[in-house]
Design a protein around this ligand. Structure first.
Ligand code: 5AD
Ligand code: SF4
Length: 442
């Protein structure tokens, strides 16, 4: 037997990349790799990149530059680039960074083992195709190692919405849903390995329309089927588009016991003029009415969103409309960004807002969001919430978990184990987490 080779994966960006990195590690497990936590002793380094932020490609090139020394010391070290920057840059990566041996786009991960073998022959391997075959099906043969209590599960990939600022439709490609039965099999397998909470992932997850035995299934239908899996206790999904919030999904938030009361529903802007320029195909008003319906189904649901400030041509009045919308919704959580150009997207060509103005708007928006977030968290004090314990905390006997509303909760001296779900009385609210005392299991 030869010693296992070591694989170091650095993951950037979204939860889907986290999921993909796990799949890549498993696929390369079949080629004799085990994961390591540092690049220093790795036989292969993989950067799983994200293209959503500014100058993403430049950052990858400078990160690659840092591996020059390692590669010079150990010529056998293979360096690969995966993810959305790999898809967007393709061959250019090998031209600009000759130390790179392998470039693989998100739709080709199932081909990694043969690509790795090619690099061991001293060849370069590049694959940024959008192949027809189901990569997930090919990525699922793996040892059944035990898992922590929470897991991501990709159900849908790609996007057909073409928001004017976004690279996803170009890097992840057209919307594709995995067949329902394969998702259910993967979910059962995760539960057998210790998982109690599954977060369904997709760039446009609520547009899910995977094949079922009796025609296409909606996301709600899939959630109801997952709800029947014994041992699975919590279901979440992200990220949704307002236009795909179907009636059955809204209803499920009120009636499906395992579906958690948290919804990430990006709106991006509160100005109809800007929403139109963004090609969002919804208005501020339609979004607000939608949230009313969701809250009618599940009054305690915690809403979360994404916002872009300083989109081309955004005026102070447009920005104020966004602030008004935030006031009206009252978010429990939000992510906010200054608009930045992505080459190849329609908005990149338009008149840009002054950088100082963008920073000022972002600051004002984040101050408002922080107030709302804090208020939502503080409102938990005195309540009893269920907590799924994920790991031991920093102090002896302390455990850390997440409430149904996705708040981090610290509990001391509970005797609870990782994977337990216990009712917890919330005693105090800190900057980013709650603290409470565990009550006897109900
Ligand atoms: N500039 C700023 N933010 C962006 N996002 C996507 N593209 C851009 C861009 N060009 C944000 C959106 C999206 C989130 C994942 O990232 O808010 O919902
Ligand atoms: Fe990008 Fe989301 Fe718009 Fe699709 S819906 S283009 S992933 S921002």
């Amino acid at each position: 037997m030869t010693a296992p080779k070591k694989l170091f994966i650095k993951t950037y960006g979204c939860q889907m990349n986290v999921y993909d990195s796990e799949r890549m590690a498993e696929a390369l497990g079949g080629r004799g790799y085990v994961e390591t936590q540092t690049p220093d002793d790795a036989d292969m380094i993989l950067l799983n990149t994200c293209h959503i932020r500014e100058k993403a490609a430049e950052k990858v090139y400078s990160e690659l530059g840092r591996f020059k020394g390692l590669k010079a010391e150990r010529p056998d070290l293979k360096i690969g680039v995966a993810g959305c920057v790999a898809q967007a840059e393709g061959e250019e990566i090998m031209r600009r960074a000759p130390l790179v041996d392998l470039v693989v786009g998100p739709q080709s991960y199932h081909r990694l083992p043969e690509m790795e073998a090619k690099t061991r022959q001293g060849e370069k391997a590049l694959d940024t195709d959008f192949p027809e075959e189901d990569k997930f099906e090919k990525l699922t043969s793996r040892p059944k190692a035990a898992r922590g209590p929470t897991a991501f599960l990709t159900v849908q990939e790609g996007c057909d919405k073409f928001c004017a600022f976004c690279v996803v439709p170009y890097t992840r490609g057209a919307e594709v849903s995995r067949p329902a039965e394969r998702i259910l099999t993967e979910a059962r397998d995760l539960v057998e390995r210790g998982v109690r909470e599954i977060t369904l992932l997709g760039q446009n997850v609520n547009a899910y329309h995977g094949a079922g035995a009796d025609g296409d299934w909606s996301l709600a239908r899939l959630i109801w089927a997952l709800n029947d899996i014994d041992g699975l206790e919590r279901i979440r999904f992200t990220t949704s588009h307002p236009n795909d919030m179907s009636d059955d999904l809204i209803e499920a938030h009120g009636t499906c016991a395992k579906l958690m009361p948290y919804l990430h529903l990006p709106v991006q802007s509160g100005s109809d003029r800007i929403l139109k320029r963004m090609n969002r195909s919804h208005t501020a008003e339609s979004y607000l009415r939608l949230i009313e319906r969701i809250r009618a189904a599940r009054p305690d649901i915690l809403m979360s969103g994404d916002f872009i400030v300083g989109f081309p041509e955004e005026t102070e009045a447009d920005f104020r409309a966004t602030m008004d919308l935030i006031e009206e919704v009252n978010y429990g959580y939000a992510y906010s960004f200054k608009y930045s150009t992505r080459p190849g997207t329609p908005a990149a060509e338009r008149a840009q807002v002054d950088e100082a103005e963008k920073s000022d708007r972002l600051q004002r928006l984040q101050a408002l969001i922080t107030r709302q977030q804090r208020a939502a968290q503080d409102a938990m004090v005195g309540r009893v919430v269920k907590v799924l314990f994920e790991k031991p905390g920093r102090f002896d006997g302390q455990m850390v978990g997440k409430s149904d509303y996705l708040h981090a909760v610290h509990v001391a001296g509970s005797g609870a184990a990782t994977g337990d779900i216990r009712p917890v009385r919330i005693l105090s609210s800190g900057t980013n987490s709650l603290a409470g005392e565990a009550l006897p299991a109900a």
